[in-house]
Structures are given as structure tokens and as C-alpha cells.
Write a protein that binds this ligand. Structure first.
Ligand code: ADP
Ligand code: MG
Length: 334
């Protein structure tokens, strides 16, 4: 019933940043090359995600907000959906139960645009709408009907901080997608979507940080064709900052496993180890580090709603990451 649905929804959609995460995932799944996230009041007043992806027909739209309907196929626990509602067709339904949700969509390859409004779980009629190809999802008055959940929200600044982190992670993980973030009508950042990590970091973190970045390129340590020699890590690549370009918070040390943002103490410590005591105490470097591991060598079920992962061979992964980052720093004489 509606109450149980709302309680369940409050458990999976914790805050505006969780809404943003799910909507961004959907836009990327829809093959978007441009995604704009605009939030009002830290996301509590409103979240709008616009994409130029494949879009939806009127029928797609109707189905999209139903329970457990998904157009996607998955084997369940893969890394593809760590920390999201997954391929289970729950996100839009869940968000619609605890907000006023408006979706406007028009198929990219022809057909008309349509709009659907869901209010507190009640879906209205699909009506024609003059909208550009792609999809716009608007979430207003999040938790208006779940006051207990709403009470747990922090200040606008804190909620926006969480939103910013999520959008930043996706922007960094997808340099080929032009990703923009706006807060209360002001642009926070906008990446170009050229596929280039350096220019993405420049757009997200600014010139001072971007100019201090060093390229990491730890290719596979395995002998080609020698399956037996295969290590726990296929490759380590990305950018890390000079030891003097640091911040007090660890949130600027971003790690991605097989293309997905993850938090893993092992990876963070491995990066810090590579600096060999050059960092001031309690300071963290900037890092955008992509670690590729064989599928199956990583466990994503440590905490289903967080982005935590654990590796079968924790020390092997740590060693590969430390070595790759250390070599990059040494190459620069650092
Ligand atoms: P899931 O992503 O797990 O399938 P969601 O509730 O997030 O479940 O979305 C339901 C369905 O709505 C998706 O499977 C997809 O078909 C459609 N959909 C959602 N967002 C978009 C979008 N931005 N562009 C195109 N289709 C979308
Ligand atoms: Mg989804």
C-alpha cells in the first residue's frame, strides 16, 4: 500500500543526491552525449536532469514509472550498478512516490514529445508536450509526503555538496559526455564531453589543480598470451596531483573500478603510499584514477547502498596501484 511504498522509498532515496545519481544513471544508459543537472535549494526544492539520449515514446513513459519495470537486462550483482537502485526498474517509481515527478520525453529518432506527472505515487495521464528530443526529469518537493524523512535532510549547502560530489564523479568517469551542473540558476561546472580527461579535470576542478596533475599509465604487468601470469589488476590509469596540491578532505581522491566510481580504503591508501611521506599530515592529493580488474575479482556487495567494494586480492591490487602512481610521480621527478 501507499504508506509502505513511501517508507520503502525513503530507505532507498535518502536525499537529493540519491535522486541525482539515479537520474544521471538513466541518462547515461539512454546513450546521452549531453546531460545537464540543475538543482534548486541544494536539491531539496527541485532537481532537474535533462539529456539528449534516446528518449521515450508515450508507452515507454507510462511503463517507466510503474513498479519493477525496466527496459534493461542485467545479471544482478555486477559492478555496473554498484550503489544505485540497479537494473531493477525501481528508481522512477520510487522517486515518484515521495515527490512531484514530471517527465517530458521525445524519442531521438522521431515521434512526438509527451509528458507525465506523478504526485505522491499517483501517475496522471500521458499528454502531448512540445519538447526537444531526449528526456527531462524534474523532481520537486522531495519528501513532501514523508515528513520523517524530510527531517533528516541537512542544510541546503550540505545537500548541495552531496549533489556536487555525485555529478563530479559521473563527469570524471564519463569524459565523453558533456556534463553540466547548475545550482540556483548559476553554472557550477560544465565539461566539454571531448573524451579528454585533462580537459574534464580542468572544467571540474579548475586551472590550478588541472595544471598540477601528472598522468598515470600503469599498463598490464602480464605477459601477453600468458594466462597463468595474469595479475589482479589489468591496468591503472588517470591523473594524480603534485604532492603540494592537496586538500583536507579525501573526496578529491576519486577512484573508479572498471569505469564505476567506488570507495575502497585499499585504493585510497595505495595512492597515499605512492607519495611516500611527501604529503602534509591529513592532506589528500587530487586523483582521478581508473583501475581495471578482471570481472569477478571484485566484490560489490559489501554495502549495497554505498559504493564500497572489496577485492579478492587486496594486497595485489594495492601494490599495482602504488607502483603505477609512484612511477608517474618519479617520471616527473617528484
Ligand atoms: P531502471 O533504470 O532500473 O530500468 P528506472 O526506474 O530508473 O529503472 O527507469 C525505468 C525505465 O525508464 C528505464 O528502464 C528506461 O527504459 C526509462 N528511462 C528512464 N530514464 C530515462 C531517460 N533519461 N531516457 C530514456 N529512457 C529512460
Ligand atoms: Mg535507473
Amino acid at each position: 500500500d501507499a504508506t509502505i511504498r513511501r517508507i520503502a522509498a525513503g530507505e532507498v532515496v535518502e536525499r537529493p543526491a540519491s535522486v541525482v545519481k539515479e537520474l544521471l544513471e538513466n541518462s547515461l544508459d539512454a546513450d546521452a552525449s549531453r546531460v545537464t543537472v540543475a538543482v534548486e535549494g541544494g536539491g531539496v526544492d527541485g532537481v532537474r536532469v535533462r539529456d539528449d539520449g534516446v528518449g521515450m515514446t508515450a508507452t515507454d513513459l507510462e511503463r517507466a514509472v510503474e513498479e519493477h519495470t525496466t527496459s534493461k537486462i542485467s545479471d544482478g550483482d555486477d559492478l555496473d550498478r554498484v550503489g544505485t537502485l540497479g537494473f531493477r526498474g525501481e528508481a522512477l517509481h520510487t522517486i515518484g512516490a515521495v515527490s512531484r515527478l514530471t517527465i517530458r520525453s521525445r524519442p531521438r529518432d522521431g515521434g512526438r514529445g509527451h509528458e507525465l506527472v506523478v504526485e505522491g505515487g499517483e501517475a496522471g495521464e500521458v499528454t502531448p508536450s512540445g519538447c526537444p528530443p531526449g528526456t527531462v526529469v524534474e523532481v520537486e518537493d522531495l519528501f513532501y509526503n514523508t515528513p520523517a524523512r524530510k527531517k533528516f535532510l541537512k542544510t541546503e549547502a550540505t545537500e548541495f555538496d552531496h549533489v556536487n560530489r555525485v555529478v563530479t564523479q559521473y563527469a570524471l568517469a564519463n569524459p565523453d559526455v558533456a556534463t553540466a551542473l547548475e545550482h540556483d540558476g548559476r553554472e557550477v561546472f560544465a565539461t566539454e564531453g571531448t573524451g579528454d580527461l585533462e580537459s574534464t579535470v580542468l572544467a571540474v576542478y579548475g586551472r590550478e589543480v588541472a595544471s598540477s596533475m601528472v598522468a598515470v599509465d600503469g599498463g598490464s604487468a602480464t605477459t601477453p598470451g600468458d594466462a597463468e601470469a595474469e595479475g589482479p589488476v589489468e591496468s591503472v590509469s588517470g591523473l594524480v596531483s603534485h604532492p603540494e596540491t592537496t586538500r583536507a578532505g579525501r573526496e578529491y581522491l576519486s577512484t573508479f573500478v572498471n569505469g564505476r566510481y567506488v570507495t575502497a580504503g585499499t585504493l585510497r591508501e595505495a595512492v597515499l603510499d605512492a607519495y611516500g611521506g611527501q604529503l602534509a599530515s591529513d592532506r589528500y592529493p587530487f586523483a582521478v584514477l581508473f583501475v581495471e580488474v578482471p570481472p569477478g575479482a571484485v566484490d560489490v556487495n559489501v554495502h549495497p547502498r554505498k559504493m564500497e567494494v572489496r577485492f579478492d586480492d587486496e594486497s595485489g591490487v594495492a601494490e599495482a596501484v602504488t607502483t603505477a602512481v609512484r612511477e608517474a610521480l618519479l617520471d616527473e621527478g617528484l
